[in-house]
Design a protein around this ligand. Structure first.
Ligand code: BES
Ligand code: ZN
Length: 622
């Protein structure tokens, strides 16, 4: 056994899967998917093949020729991080042939970690159920068995069999929607009578094709009562079919085509044909997820200002950095997120101006310093390249790979100048597109393209060292400096005047609040809210930054607002700081009781990944 990836049972001596065809029957009442998957391997193979699974039932593994059963086994107890290893014996009866394909018949379970099943009351329109995926980093294995490592890239086709009143989107080309056909896609192999339900007249099949190879973490679908609006020549925005939601989304993302054009200018042709957006229900655990052809977004980005576009710019940037060039495993995650944060800011600079980009850099700089402080007892995760053996990527998720990665690339840009760096990035993308690479590969390419760079920049310190290197750089601009000095004056007792904040948008407030002392007098918190009503802000970045300050300052007047917020959104960027503020530190009995009660009541509304993350925050402190 030669592992490829600390988070996968995939074996480097096994052939990688190149293609998978999925037939999936969605059973909403039991929150289960029953599936048949047909796998094609890169070359014929005789021997043991190792796949990842989590919370799956494997009914059968079948030979491609006569559908005879192939022996398989599952590891006896699941690894808490990697899940359950599936070993398949690909040993044909006559030894002179080897298989390069096979079938697996399987079912998911309601505890499959990639899937959130929402019942009608949890949706906007309250009429129909909804289900969606979040596969990054290592949850694809809870939907179908696979070599769940970004070192492997697969093409896929999928037949999604769903109730007729629902529709589906995927990270793939939509081939069509039509009545199901009995037995298609080997659906006759489905277990427990679902083979005959496949072609019931209450059902419909949505067919998809992804013919560009993608890492498994970019596999994605959503099924619900969906509507859409056209917002550009290659962009439609999807959401639940509620006019007010769709209209607001269409307005928010009207500038998308302009961003795609800027992206193409900077990084080369957009490779994925369409760039559609899906706005999810409020429990979506991230701000955005870069699923190719169909970016997933939290509804909290719809607030009618520039920050919604920032998240879209980020996910769009992944179309080059992340989706074309992918980190080989999560230990090199900065190659995905650091590059994308850099690319995002270049797009924001092009469409919204330098001031906005600098403000974002400043918010990131503050975030980086705080994360590094938080990891002071675990410095490993302040390194760009780090050791994740035995580590759950969801629990160490932080801004470090984003902001330290950004700082590293920005440092190189300052060294060689922007025109040369622009050329470098274009060449980097053209060279490694559709490949999965590691930090060494990047450094080797950098040194070849920029001879002598290691004499000017300590590349080893940047990629392997802990903390923030001395040549990292805090941004400067009039607006940024002004906001920081106002935050400083607050410490001396001066609140900003109305005329000073008159044209502030969410990001200005966010930067201001994040630069206030972490603990204030309760009376100061109250005074700030009385003047500027931050606790009622429609912008969750502002509201959460304020509520975090209120909790840390033990200003209990705002605890009902904290509870309400924790119950209405499931984005982990908001759950983490609020729960942490409640439970961290001594003398917090009342806050801990509140956190436990709210989590018990809200838990069911969170995506399984968010449930796990909050659980581990509470477990650490209670
Ligand atoms: N790929 C990430 C989300 C992610 C990371 C999911 C790791 C699972 C594991 C996505 O591109 C992202 O970074 N989203 C940010 C957007 C922000 C930086 C603009 C988010 O969700 O906050
Ligand atoms: Zn990202």
């Amino acid at each position: 056994m030669a592992p490829l990836d600390p988070h996968s049972f995939s074996d480097s001596t096994n052939p990688p899967t190149t293609d998978v065809s999925l037939s999936l029957y969605f059973d909403f009442p039991s929150a289960t998917i029953h599936g048949v998957a047909f796998f094609i391997l890169a070359f014929p193979y005789a021997g043991e093949l190792s796949f990842d699974t989590r919370s799956l039932t494997i009914h059968q593994v079948l030979s491609p020729t006569d559908l005879s059963p192939l022996p398989f086994s599952l590891s006896s107890s699941p690894d808490p991080i990697k899940g359950t290893q599936l070993s398949i014996s690909l040993l044909p009866e006559d030894d002179d042939t080897a298989f390069n394909s096979f079938f697996i018949v399987f079912s998911t379970s309601p505890s499959s970690t990639a899937l959130q099943w929402l019942c009608p009351p949890q949706t906007f329109n309250k009429k129909h159920p909804f289900v969606y995926t979040q596969c990054q980093s290592i949850h694809a294995r809870s939907i179908f068995p696979c070599q769940d490592t970004p070192a492997a890239r697969i093409r896929y086709t999928a037949l999604l069999n769903v109730p007729r009143e629902l529709s589906a989107v995927m990270s793939a080309r939509h081939v069509g929607r039509r009545p199901p056909v009995s037995g298609e896609g080997h659906s006759h192999l489905l277990p427990n009578g679902f083979n005959s339900l496949w072609s019931s007249e209450t059902r419909v099949v949505e067919e998809f094709l992804m013919n560009q190879p993608i890492p498994p973490y970019l596999f994605a679908f959503a099924v619900g009562e969906l509507g859409s609006r056209e917002v550009g020549p290659r962009t439609r925005v999807y959401a639940e079919a509620v006019d007010s939601v769709l209209d607001a989304a269409a307005k928010e993302f009207a500038g998308t085509e302009e961003m795609i054009r800027q992206g193409e200018k900077l990084f080369g042709e957009y490779a994925w044909e369409r760039f559609d957006l899906l706005v999810l229900p409020p429990s979506f655990p991230y701000g955005g997820m870069e699923n190719p052809r169909m970016v997933f977004l939290t509804p909290t980005v719809i607030k009618g200002d520039a920050s919604g576009a920032q998240v879209v710019a980020h996910e769009l940037a992944h179309s080059w950095t992340g989706n074309l060039i992918t980190n080989k495993n999560n230990e090199h995650f900065w190659l995905n997120e650091g590059f994308t944060t850099y690319a995002e800011r270049r797009i924001v600079e092009a469409v919204q101006g330098e001031d906005r980009a600098i403000l974002n850099t400043g918010i990131g700089w503050k975030g980086l310093k705080e994360e590094v402080e938080k990891f002071k007892d675990n410095l490993e995760f302040t390194k760009l390249k780090n050791n994740q053996e035995g580590v759950d990527p969801d629990t160490i998720y932080s801004e470090v790979p984003y902001e330290k990665g950004f700082q590293f690339l920005w440092r190189i840009e300052r060294q060689i100048g922007r025109p040369a760096f622009d050329e470098f990035i274009k060449k980097y993308i053209a060279t490694f597109k559709f490949q999965s690479i590691d930090t060494e590969r990047f450094l080797k390419f950098l040194k070849a393209q920029v001879p002598g760079i290691e004499k000017d920049i300590d590349l080893v310190l940047w990629t392997e060292g802990t903390g923030i290197p001395p040549d990292a750089y805090e941004p400067v601009s009039d607006l940024y400096t002004k906001i920081l000095s106002l935050a400083n004056e607050f410490k001396l007792g001066r609140m900003p005047r109305e005329d000073e904040v008159a044209d502030w948008r969410g990001q200005e407030w966010e930067l201001y609040l994040e630069n206030l002392p972490r603990v204030l007098e309760a009376s100061q918190v109250l005074a700030l809210d009385e003047r500027y009503r931050l606790s009622e802000s429609k912008d969750y970045e502002v509201k959460v930054a304020f509520l975090q300050l209120a909790i840390l300052s033990k200003c209990r007047n705002f605890y009902s607002e904290v509870e309400k917020t924790l119950k209405e959104v499931g984005r982990m960027k908001y759950l983490r700081p609020l729960y942490r503020a409640l439970v961290q530190g001594a003398g917090k009995e009342e806050e801990k009781i509140l956190a436990k009660r709210v989590f018990a009541e809200a838990r069911e509304c969170y995506h399984p990944i968010a449930q796990g993350v909050v659980e581990s925050i509470l477990a650490k402190h209670i």
